[in-house]
Each structure stands twice: as C-alpha cells, then as structure tokens.
Write a protein that binds this ligand. Structure first.
Ligand code: NAD
Length: 336
C-alpha cells in the first residue's frame, strides 16, 4: 500500500535526524511519498504565522507527519510552534514509550525499564494565557477541562488494555491545585472504573519523580497533565540513556504527528553528532500507525541490533560514531 507523509525536518539537529530517519524508513521497503514542509524561525518570522498555510494544507491532506524539533525562543518571541501545531490539529495524546535498549550504558543499565508516558497535549499551563496584572506581577493560567482529561485518560487505559499493560498511575498535584489537578484526577479515577482488570494508582508528582529514580522498573503506564508530562518525560529519558533514544507520537482523532521527545539541541547542531535513534523509533510508531507492522518490526529490530553490537553508537550513548555512521549501520542491517 502507498502512504503519504508530511515531513517537517524542523531546525537545529532536526534536518540531520530527519534525513537519517527517512533513510532508515525507506530501507524497510515501505512505499512512502514524503511531502517536505520546512518550518524554522526564519520562516515563522518572515511569514508572520506560527504555522504556515502550506504545512497545514499538507498535513490536512496526508493526515500523518514525521517531525523534527523546532526551536522556541525563551522568555519572549513567538509562541511554541509545537504547542500551536498540537492544538490546531487537536493532537490530544502525547505518547512516549521509554524502554531500555540493549547495550546502552546508563546509571540503570542493569534495570529493565519499560514504561509508556501518556501526556495530555493541548491545555494546562501550555494554554499560553499569561497576563501582567500590574508591573512585575504576572499570572499564567492553568486550564484543565473534563473533556481533555477524560480523552487522555481513556486513551491511556485503552492502550493499556490493548497492550496487556498491568498498571496505570495517574500523576498530579491535587493536594495543592485542588480544583485543576483535582478535576484531572477525578477524570482518571472515573475512567479507571471501566478498566477493572488494570491496576490503578495515584501519585503526587514530587513523590512520583523520586520513585521514578529509585525504582524505575516498577512503572508501567504513566498518565499526566501537560506540564508534568513534559518534565517527567525528560526525567524518564535520563533513566534509559538520554534524549537521543526516546521516541514519541502526538495522536488525535484524525491526524498523527510523530516526533522525538528531544528538542533542537543547538549545542550540537550541524556537527554530525546527533543521535537519530529517537526519530527512527518515532518512525517505528508511525509505521505501526500506518498498518505497516512488518516494516515497523524490521526497523525496531535493526536499531536494536546496532545497539546490541555496540560498535557504531553515537557519542551521547558512549560511542564515537557520527549521525551518518550510525544510520549507515542501521540501513546495512535492514538491507542484509
Ligand atoms: P534539547 O532536547 O534540545 O537538548 C537537551 C540536551 O540533550 C542537549 O545537551 C542536547 O545536546 C542533548 N540532545 C538532545 N537531543 C539529542 C540527540 N538526538 N542526540 C544527542 N544529544 C541530544 O533541549 P533544550 O536544549 O532545552 O531545548 C532546545 C530547543 O528545543 C528550545 O528552543 C526548545 O524550546 C526546543 N524544543 C523543541 C521540542 C520540539 O520541537 N518538539 C521539544 C523540546 C524542546
């Protein structure tokens, strides 16, 4: 079957890892046509639009995107492209599987970590509603709705049921934000009643962070509002060897955009040092979504084989290979 995908390379290390992921996906033999849509700071400033129309037109046609990171100015400037895209396309579920890869040296190399993070993707403190009430007094609105909370909770429980997961833990700060996080938690609790075969637990986010570091192997499915989900994702990535290897998917009812957890990594951009594993594994999620399960399985196995061999790994995971050398190794396994 032929597939169409909007490829958004992004900026920073984005174009490097996107090129690597495209090579790996094509080496699986899948029939895919890429619609390339550039998106970076220069384009945003020139067009005056956070998301250019050509990108929206393309993704509305293909319904599927593979996206590299896009830099967001800190403490001012334009809104996060990533946040706007997720809201515009109602990509309400951010799914991030965090799993130990063979041979990666991390502080937890001897622990089998296998958790999936479900982060609400459209509201919370990412509403972008900020006001300076009077000079030097600022408020940021945290928006939590029943609709969005129920949607992410049901999505996570459905995933758990379909994938034989044993436990869902809802993570919150409802002891302090009694209304906002209280509503999120109530929605998770109510939804859990429709999934009695799955163990349901609740943890306050500070305690959850400590437990994640002390006993990461105990976690299965994590269900969080937007901000905690963002922070806990990076923490979880650190447990399995860093941001270079953790993939992700932004899922909606009609559209899906696959992208790594990591950002544009300006400190290593353009140096051939970026690890493309995270975007390759995001591509595995994309191929699965397309129904190309065999190609997905082959790409996952090829990446794991290169890690198991351990000779061609990038610097962030203890090797000395460049982005291209790692990609060559994955493509070689796929073509063998
Ligand atoms: P970052 O994820 O870009 O980098 C954090 C650290 O991890 C850096 O040291 C970086 O070198 C390293 N790293 C990240 N990805 C790597 C990879 N694939 N291989 C090897 N090392 C890797 O986070 P940051 O520095 O806080 O953010 C930089 C920019 O990215 C900011 O503008 C931020 O807003 C943006 N960002 C974008 C997205 C997205 O597009 N989805 C996500 C997060 C951050």
């Amino acid at each position: 079957m032929s597939h169409y995908c909007t490829l958004i390379p992004g900026d920073g290390i984005g174009p490097e890892v996107a090129q690597a992921a495209v090579r790996a996906v094509e080496a699986t033999g899948v029939d895919i046509t890429w619609r390339r849509a550039e998106l970076n700071e220069a384009i945003i400033l020139e067009s005056g639009k956070t998301i250019p129309q050509y990108l929206l037109d393309s993704i509305n046609e293909t319904k599927i995107g593979l996206k590299g990171p896009v830099t967001t100015p800190v403490g001012g400037g334009f809104q996060s492209v990533n946040v706007v895209l997720r809201k515009t396309l109602d990509l309400f579920a951010n799914v991030r599987p965090v799993k130990t890869l063979p041979g990666v040296k991390s502080r937890f190399s001897d622990v089998a970590i296998d958790m999936v993070i479900f982060r609400e993707n459209t509201e919370d403190l990412y509403s972008g509603l900020e006001h300076e009430i009077v000079k030097d007094v600022v408020t940021s609105l945290k928006v939590i709705t029943r609709t969005a909370s129920e949607k992410i909770a049901r999505y996570a429980f459905n995933y758990a049921r379909k994938n034989g997961r044993k436990q869902v833990v809802a993570i919150h700060k409802a002891n302090i934000m009694k209304l906002a996080d209280g509503l999120f938690l109530r929605c998770c609790r109510e939804t859990s009643k429709d999934y009695l075969e799955i163990d349901y637990k609740e943890l306050i986010v500070d305690n959850a962070s400590m437990q994640l570091v002390m006993r990461p192997e105990k976690f299965d499915v994590l269900l969080l509002p937007n901000l905690y989900g963002d922070i806990v994702s990076d923490l979880a990535a650190g447990l399995v060897g860093g941001l270079g290897i953790v993939p992700g998917a932004n899922m909606g009812e009609t559209h899906a955009v696959f992208e790594a957890v990591h950002g544009s990594a300006p400190d290593i951009a353009g140096q051939g040092k970026a690890n493309p594993t995270a975007l390759m594994l995001s591509s595995v999620m994309m191929l699965t979504h397309m129904g190309e399960t065999q190609c997905a399985h082959r790409l996952q196995s090829a990446v794991e084989a290169v890690y198991a061999e351990g000779k061609t790994l990038t610097i962030d995971v203890g090797g000395s290979a460049s982005t291209q050398e790692f990609t060559d190794a994955v493509v070689r396994v796929l073509r063998a």
